[in-house]
Each structure stands twice: as C-alpha cells, then as structure tokens.
Design a protein. Structure first.
Lengths: 221, 221, 221, 221
C-alpha cells in the first residue's frame, strides 16, 4: 500500500467529515442558496489565484522532471480562473472587490509557508491533498447535481478525466517521494497530510457559514 | 505623524475590539476560568516558539543595523519560553503534548509566509503590529489585575520597560521604513498592518472560546 | 530618461567590455574553436535550465499582471532547452554528463539567492539585465556571422522579434518598478544592475577560457 | 563510519589542495605579504558578515533543538566581526569601503541559495563543511606561525577549543541527519559537501591572487 492510500485511511475521520459537508450535499441536491454559492465562488477564486504562487514556489525545489509538470500546472490554473470569471459574469457575481475571509487567508498562508520552509516532499504532500480533496469533494456533488445547474461547469472541471489524471500523477509522485524519504521526513509528511485535510474541512465550513474573521462582525471585517 | 500612529488611527475599530476582548477583561478582573487561561498558555507557548523562526527569517533581508537587533530578539524569546515553562510547572499545565489550534496555526503560517514572500518593510510591519498588540493588550490587564495572581508574571513580561523599549524601537524603525518606501509598498504595509491586527483579535477569540478546528469537533481535531 | 537607460549609461564600462568580448567576436567571425563553442553550449544549457527555478521563484512575489508574464516565460525557456538539445545532437555534443563550471554555478546561485532574499524589484532588475545582456551580446554576433553557421539558430533565438519584445516588456516594467521604489531600494537596484553585468562578463570569460574551478586543475574539478 | 568521515575521505583530493594552499603556508611561515593578508581580512570580514543571514535562514527549517544552537551561533559571529575590526584598526586596514570580490560574492550567494532552496539537511551540510574547512585550514597555520604575529588572534579564534567543539557538534548532527535521510537526499548532501570544499579552495585562491572579477581589470571592478 502506498503512502497516499495509507494516509487516506489514517485520516478518514477528517476526510469523511469533508465529503459529508452540507455545502457539498446542498450543492449536489440543488438546495444551496445562491448567495452561499456566490460567496464560495468569490473566496475560491482568490484561493485559485493564490495557488499559482504556491505551485511556482515549489518549482525551484523540485526534481527536474516534476519541474516541467508543475510549470504546466500554472496555465491550467489560469484557465480555471477564466472559468470562474465566465460563471461570475453569467450569474452577476462580483469577483473584483472581494477580500479573503479568515479561513481562506489562513489556508493560503499555510500553502506559501510550507512551500518555503518545509522540505520539497512535505510541500508536495500539501499539494496532493488539496487536489485530491477537490476531486473527491466534487465527485460527491457530481453524484446528484442537475447537469443544467449553473454550477455544473465547476463540477465538470474538477471531476474531468484531465483533473483525475493530474491527481493520479500527483499520487504516484508522492508515493515515490515518501518511499525515498527518511523516517522523520515521512512523519512530517503524514502530519501535513492531516493538516491539509483539516484546512479543507475549514474551507467548506467557511463556504457554508460566511467568510468572516473571528471576533469581528461583518462591518469591522 | 508617523506611519505607525497613522495606521493605529486607521484600524482603531479593530484595535478597540482587541483591547476590549473579554479574555483580557476577565484576566484583569481575576474572573477568568483556570482552564481558559491554561489553554491560552498552551497555545501562546507554541506561538512564541514559532516566532523565533519568523524573526530568523527576517534577518537575511534586514539592513545591517536591524540584523543585530533582530538577532538579539531570539534569546529574549527563549527567555520568554522559559517563563511559560516555569509558570506551567507551577500551575500543573502540560506544554509538551499540545497541538496548535486552527487560529494559532494560521497566524504562524501568516508570519512565515510574509517573512518569505513579502518585502522586508512589509514583513517588519507584521512584527511591529504583533508586538505592539501584545504591549497594549497586557497594559489593559495590568490596569486591574491582582499582583498576587499566578498570571502576573506574564503581565510583567509584556508591560516591562524592556518590552516597551523594544516596541518603541520597532515603531521608530517602521516609521523610517515607511518614510523610505514607495507608494505601492506603503499601501501593502497598511494592508498588512490591518491584517495583523485582525489575526490578534482572532487569537484572543481562540483563547476565549477554545483551540479547535472549524467543522471538526474536539475528538476529530 | 528611465531607470534602465540611466543604468546602462552608468555601467557602460562593464557593458562595453561584455560586447567586445572575444567569445562574441570570434563567434561572429566564424573563428571560434568548435570545442570552445561546445563548452559554452554545455554550460549555457545548464544555465537556462536553472533560469526556470529563478523565474518561478519570482512569481510568488510578483504583482498579479507580471505573474502571468513570468508564468509564460517558463515554457519559452523549455523551448530554448529544446533548441540546445537539437543543436547538440546535430553537432555531437554531450549535454547529459556536464557539470557546471565555477562561474556558471556562481551565477545561478546569485539568481536564486536574489530571488529569495532581495525585494521583488531588486530581483526583477537581475532578470532584466541578464536578458538585455543576451540580446545585446547576440546582436553583436548577428552583425557578422554566416547564416549557414551551425550556431546561427542561437543567434536567431536571442535576436528574434519575440525576444526583443520580451526585453522591451521587461524594460518598461523595470522602469515602472524603479519609478515607484523608494530611494534606498532604487540604490540597491542600481547595485544589482551592475553586479549582473559583471556576472555576464564573467560568463563570457568562462566560455572563452574553460569551465574550471579556481585552484583546481581539470582532473580535480 | 559516519557521513562526515566518509565524505572527507571521498573529497580528500580537494581537501588536500585546500590545506596545502600557499596562502595558508605563507601565513604559517610568516612570509605572507601584508597587503595579501589585508586583502583576505577585508574579504573574510564581508564573508563572516554574510554568514549571519545564512545561519538565520537555516533556523526556520531546523528541528527545534538545532534552532537554539544556531541562534547562539549568531552572537558568536558578531564577536568574530569584532575581532576583525580590532585587528584591522591595529593594522590600519580599511573594512568599511570594501566590496566583495567575485569569489567572495559567489560563495555568499551559494550559502544563501542553498539555505533557501535545498533541504535542511543539505543546507546543514554546507554549514558543516565551511566550518570544518576553517578549523582544518587554520590548524595548518597554527602548526608553525609565530605567536607574536599580528595575525595570531585569527589562528586562535578558529583553532580554539570552543570552535573545535562547535565543529564537533555540527559533525555529530550532520551524521545523524545523513543517517536519517533517504538515498537521494544523501546523494545531494554528498554533492554539496564536495561543492563547498571547492568553494573553500576558491576562497583561498582569491585570498592569494586578489579579489577581482573575471574579465574586468581592477579599475573596472
């Protein structure tokens, strides 16, 4: 059993909480409030934008073959941003004047700080978990959403063969990195695996409850 | 009016929320629950520990005179950790097996990510605001706490002349950095000033409400 | 007069030394020894490979519009590597088992260290000067080289309209960054401008004299 | 046999070249020209100054016990700078208006780039080799220098029990890091071991031949 499968089993209590999140269920069932989905779109747009620096920061530390793959991920993310802008225009949602909610800001800082200060294999772990979480989460939505839904293009994006292939690639590479790592590095990779899963749950929670800052009401945020 | 004073005025709605936080008021009045204060101690111990890497990450990017001052801040933080361990032993509080709550983890990531990816003056802004927030917050507590309180040594630490002098030094240096910065850098400094203040409020909020992770109950965290 | 023009004037004693380098003159005149050109190809291949991490390391610190431009530079460099491999195969030159000479290794470290520890505008200065140096240097070669030369594709690459447009873009952006920078940052930018020009001279010097390490003969290197 | 001993054996052809360098022999025998030693002092002063950022950049990536040790190394380097200033004043040598020679600049970039982009164990390898090289090199000088020499305080500094203890500490820690590393990380550590030794030889070579830049005469440098 590879590292990824082993870790997905170990953190399944967090993973299940994520897949069972009401934001995903309500999006699947078509009962999600428009304002709630719009707020998620605004926050996730900022998140995808910030994922480009994260990927870029991995490149100088990557082994050469992975550098090329990571380099190609950047235009893919640019296309994803295009999808957000297209959907936002269609639905009349503002993507320009949005500011990150606390959980969103925190997650982005976690990505960047890890890319800079952890080992490459540790930072790569975070990349894999974030992408795998999106694939699995949107597969939950896919299992029931009306294909005529205005949000279906997002579902298509993250459940496509292309995205599945990317997640598979990351899984193979991460398994190999873990197999080649020493004991203590592998332990830190496991810890980051779990942490990233917890940030993913936090992100859905923010999507469902609003992108505010702790201890501050909306006016002060 | 220097940059610091100007920004403290601009973000006063956040600053006042911080200084009026019930965690500070209850600690001042001696009505704080022991378990609540203990949880803060555990989380803040981890935070101070993580502040050493933040300071260290600033050094390579600092102008030479500031390098020395930042280098000297590291042993001061080591002494602060000693104070935590001494107080924890006295009160029977575990500092060894603690893990960071969400807000704590997020704040540390924010420090590190900023130290690595923002400009030096921007990252220095975050350092100043975090230290100034602690000075002002503990001055609130000092205004009423019983000097016989087991928590008084923390109050003494962050309201001491030595700490006040450090905050003054940071303020003068930050004012000078802001005066020498271009327009767009100064705008990013202002944005980070406000963000750091918001992270400080979030930290007290965590201290008062518990160091959990969004969407996960205590067992799963 | 913009920052770039002003600096090119200020460091012209270095720039002229670079443009008058015998490696360029001999390549232009077709008198360069095959082994000398082959050694340059080997070293420059490693250098271009290492330029990808440099560009990537700039992305997290770049303003958003420049992120996209820098992201697009990565596939361009991949194509440049392709050109090296194609020319090397045609001429029977090994690109696989080569190790960097001292000057090459040093220059790459300079790029990376600057990308990580200097300000964005400072690191961007280094990028501009390196690209501008290549454009100007190969224009010297273009002025006389036989178009049937096996090395002409390199000349074409770095004197093309596309490459000229890239250098122009960098110049405009750098002028704007310098205009928006404070006094002391602009001074550090000027210093890095000159340093990069000196590294470029050192690189041609290595190309002409061999990719060795100081104090070590070829066997020990 | 630990990693350090194994690598010192593997790179002994470089190490011997370093220990047999004429700069060391002439300093030992008292035949070194004053201007030559003065030039070394100027360059090494800049190098030690730059070693502080290198050490600081390692701290955020270090395991906790090593963080403290690295933190303590910073004031030690500050004291070393004091020694340079004291000796320079005594001998009428200018340390203020000096600029780094090519090899010096390159070596510093190598330290910083490694601290930022390599793994912690890889960067720690560079730290160990640089310190071990200084200990071994100055032991060569100690074996014959007149204790009344104006340069003897440098010999004392780097052959002292305190410095020997620091090098021993680094060796034990590096052996442990290598023992815990995976195969490919250990290979990169070995490569950096050799590279650092080569930079050390280059530094003595610069000390003996002058701190110039390749392809530029003294006026242009």
């Amino acid at each position: 059993m590879g590292f990824c499968e082993e870790q997905l089993t170990r953190v399944r209590h967090v993973w299940e909480r994520m897949l069972d999140h009401r934001f995903l269920r309500e999006t699947r069932d078509g009962t999600i409030a428009d304002a709630t989905f719009a707020s998620w779109m605004q926050q996730d747009y900022l998140f995808v934008e910030a994922a480009i620096p994260f990927i870029a920061a991995l490149i100088p530390r990557a082994p050469k073959p992975q550098r090329t793959a990571l380099g190609l991920a950047i235009p893919t993310l640019e296309k994803e941003l295009e999808l957000f802008r297209e959907r936002a225009t269609a639905a009349g949602i503002d993507l320009v004047s949005v500011r990150p909610g606390f959980t969103n800001h925190a997650y982005v800082q976690f990505l960047l700080a890890t890319a800079y200060s952890a080992s490459y294999a540790e930072a790569f772990t975070v990349l894999y978990v974030a992408e795998k979480a999106y694939y699995d989460s949107w597969m939950v939505v896919r299992a029931g959403i009306d294909e005529a839904s205005a949000w279906f293009p997002f579902v298509e994006n993250w459940t496509s063969d292309a995205f599945a292939g990317w997640v598979d690639y990351l899984e193979r590479e991460l398994d190999a990195l873990a197999a080649g790592a020493g004991q203590s590095e592998r332990e830190r990779m496991a810890e980051l695996f779990e942490l990233t899963a917890k940030y993913e749950v936090a992100f859905w929670e923010m999507a469902a409850t609003g992108a505010t800052w702790p201890g501050l009401d909306a006016q002060v945020s």
